[in-house]
Write a protein that binds this ligand. Structure first.
Ligand code: NAD
Length: 390
């Protein structure tokens, strides 16, 4: 009887060590599909606990358990959520193996470049944030899957912090007017924020610098605000950075608009650049007392001049939240979607002969391979990200 070839490789899933990180890279229900392909799966004891998966669920799904050292030393492929593991004091770079593959979010634009430890060790490191926005890569797109959750949870956080109701309510004691929500940046997170704020009954408006977004905003029943700064659509579905003149104009027009706004959900981002500072201190001062800004662009510094990433502060009577791990607070769905993204990515590396191959002619590989055999994955990435050989 013909026996189908299987992948002979060991997948390791270490515990996430970043502060506030509640996700795990692989959930028990995806272990089975990897085992079926022939992979062996080994999970660090306790890796799934914060996201609600006890060790027993992994062993029931067919994975084995081990400690961090054993996982790093013995695995061919390591699946992570955040690559910071390489810098964690309780992960010893001596455990790393040349030729090993590490897949996760690597924060490739950070000046600290945690993945350089991987490069030094000869590890092939893939950054999930760099997945191209193509149809084939859609199921691997972690930025989309996690931004969608962030947009949803950002609105719920605003509703919790705002001393007003979101919906209209007519009662014998008086009429409650709906809250006014303004969404700045209507990409994946922004569109979900619009939909969620609408469902809660608020009056929603939005602005984005990409011309195509207007129709998407309107199709969700929100008002698109025409701050006439010109179309800044860039490549791959992303925005281009505005010129200083365009940005000044945007700020001037926004200043007049936000005076009356109860909640700003800001998500404006440019890949590889710090978040544009679009909400000035003067705008914050002008907002109604008790207003709320949820700055979902905090990971890259935030869209508001006053945002303190990772903190919730009150300035000039306005609450400004700069959450850093907001997707991970919807941990059930965050880990489910992330695990699907990373499993799909991994299976894309397996060829017809059931071998794991790093094929630079594959556009997904070329876009995401940060380091390979001690060097940057490609000259193009090296020049975009400022990578050097170790
Ligand atoms: P992002 O996180 O990089 O940016 C968030 C939003 O901020 C973007 O919509 C951007 O245009 C906007 N922005 C930038 N500067 C701004 C400014 N000065 N003022 C206001 N807004 C500003 O983007 P994202 O949400 O990850 O994705 C952007 C788009 O990519 C999506 O809306 C979608 O159209 C596309 N996309 C395509 C695919 C696919 O085809 N597979 C997958 C995901 C996303």
């Amino acid at each position: 009887m013909h026996q189908e070839a299987v992948v002979s490789a060991r997948i390791g899933v270490p515990l996430e060590r970043s502060q506030g990180e509640k996700r795990v890279a692989l959930i028990p229900s995806h272990v089975g599909s990897l085992l079926k392909s022939g992979f062996e799966v080994v999970v660090e004891s306790g890796a799934g606990t914060a996201s609600g998966y006890p060790d027993a669920q992994y062993t029931a799904a067919g994975a084995t358990l081990a400690d961090a050292a054993a996982i790093w030393k013995s695995s061919d492929v390591i699946l992570t959520v955040r690559s910071g593991a390489a810098l964690s004091p309780d992960v010893d770079p001596k455990w790393f193996r040349s030729g090993q593959i590490v897949i996760g979010t690597m924060d490739p634009w950070s000046p600290h470049k945690s993945f350089t430890a991987y490069q030094k060790a000869g590890i092939s490191a893939f950054a999930m944030e760099l997945i191209p926005r193509t149809t084939r890569a859609q199921a691997m797109d972690v930025l989309s899957s996690q931004a969608n959750l962030a947009g949803y949870k950002g609105v719920l956080l605003a509703a919790e912090l705002l001393p007003k109701m979101f919906p209209l309510s007519m009662t014998a004691a008086g009429t409650i007017v709906p809250a006014k929500v303004f969404v700045l940046g209507a990409g994946v997170a922004g569109l979900q924020a619009i939909a969620t704020a609408k469902r809660l009954g608020s009056v929603v408006s939005a602005f984005d610098v990409r011309a195509a977004v207007k129709e998407q905003v309107q199709s969700l029943g929100a008002k698109f605000i025409e701050f006439d700064v010109g179309d800044a659509s860039g490549s791959g579905g992303y925005a281009k950075e505005l010129t200083p003149e365009q940005q000044a104009k945007q700020k001037e027009l926004m200043a007049a608009y936000v005076k009356d706004i109860d909640v700003i959900i800001s998500t404006a981002a440019i890949p590889g650049r710090p978040s544009p500072k679009l909400i000035t201190e003067a705008m914050v001062k002008s907002m109604p007392p008790g207003a709320v800004i949820i700055d979902l662009a905090s990971e890259r510094g935030g869209n508001c001049e006053l945002t303190e990433p990772g903190k919730t502060i009150v300035k000039h009577g306005v609450t400004i939240a700069g959450p850093l791990t907001i997707a991970s607070t919807v941990s059930f769905h965050a880990r489910q979607l992330y695990s699907k993204n990373i499993t799909t990515f991994l299976l894309n590396l397996v060829n017809k002969e059931k071998n794991i191959v790093i094929d630079p002619s594959d556009d997904i590989v070329a876009a995401t391979l940060l380091t390979h055999q001690g060097k940057p994955g490609s000259e193009k990435l090296a020049s975009i990200l400022g990578l050097t050989s170790q």
